[in-house]
Design a binder for this molecule. Sequence first.
Ligand SMILES: Nc1ncnc2c1ncn2[C@@H]1O[C@H](COP(=O)(O)OP(=O)(O)OP(=O)(O)O)[C@@H](O)[C@H]1O
Ligand SMILES: [Mg+2]
Length: 395
Amino acid sequence: MATDTPAESAQEGGPAATAPTEDAVRAALATVNDPEIHRPITDLGMVKSVGIAPDGAVDVGIYLTVSGCPMRDTITANVTEAVQGVAGVTRVSVELDVMSDEQRRELASSLKGGKAEREVPFAQPGSLTRVYCVASGKGGVGKSSVTVNLAAALAAEGQKVGVVDADIYGHSVPRMLGTDARPTQVEDMIMPPSAHGVKVISIGMFTPGNAPVVWRGPMLHRALQQFLADVYWGDLDVLLLDLPPGTGDIAISVAQLVPNAEILVVTTPQQAAAEVAERAGSIAVQTHQKIVGVIENMSGMPCPHCDEMVDVFGTGGGRQVAEGLTRTTGAEVPVLGGIPIDLRLREGGDEGKPVVLSDPDSPAGAALRDVAGKLAARQRGLSGMSLGLTPSNKF
Ligand SMILES: Nc1ncnc2c1ncn2[C@@H]1O[C@H](COP(=O)(O)OP(=O)(O)OP(=O)(O)O)[C@@H](O)[C@H]1O
Ligand SMILES: [Mg+2]
């Protein structure tokens, strides 16, 4: 741990007649590096005081970053040596103090170039925002469609809603919500565009021409961290995250970044899809996340000729997943609803107007609004608490 004490500034022949100036003492202190941070102690706010007596005796007050700092002796020795080298100094005494929490925070922030790493607001103990991860095991089961429709329906009911398109590979959410706006930056916050009253952010907004993004785990984690922490969401009632299919990195990242996020599992009635969905849902057991319920999508299609429902993708997948997850998690996982196959849902997605708004009374629109109503009925601000507090069994 080199301290850049200038060798040539050693005193020349006996005590000087005049006391040193404070500037000279501070200049000498600027040559002392913190042994661990390797930056001058003057830059780190570690110099508390400099007192100079007429006889050339110098008292230096030094803030240590933590009490019991293992480097205290080294710092004292280096400060003493540096100040002793100043012309006119007859004696040096160093008094140690400890930084306050506030000073430590300032130091941490200045070390990060003035940019303290922001915390994820939704993960704070006082957060009242309910965070739902929309997950499935298999691709193409309708996660993004369900996400945007639930978001739009909740916003239409007056809730403050945000959506994170965490499907970094797919990023279809902005299109489904009908926005191609780019986020704007204010200071170091990202302002999310808004569509149908829903604030939305997607990796697609940051890539030229919506080019597919091939990112590795740590970058995905960083992107998600930024989406959650650096985006100005304001005070949300609900935040929905559209996760990529499977049990990959993103699901784990979400669990780390927002441990109180709850899971909505989307499946189709198909046996195979149901099995995969159950596996994806059971990741929640490992991450100790709560599963709010299962949404069965493409559950039957109203016959265009009569009004009978046709089970295109089989039946019972949603119930099977819910029962399986109830067994694995040991907590009641309800089926929140079944969304029929409905051409208007796909068209709504393609046109950027969710079916819950364009055709709220269509079979899919009504079913999605019903699920949104159940989510809205869950009380705000009970995230992470037992579902026993919410009327889940009345769903
Ligand atoms: N209930 C439904 N009725 C008709 N079409 C639907 C329904 N649900 C989804 N679709 C259509 O199926 C396609 C896939 O849906 P979506 O993109 O929402 O699935 P996903 O699970 O997000 O897919 P991915 O895994 O690729 O992200 C879309 O074209 C969508 O419009
Ligand atoms: Mg999707």
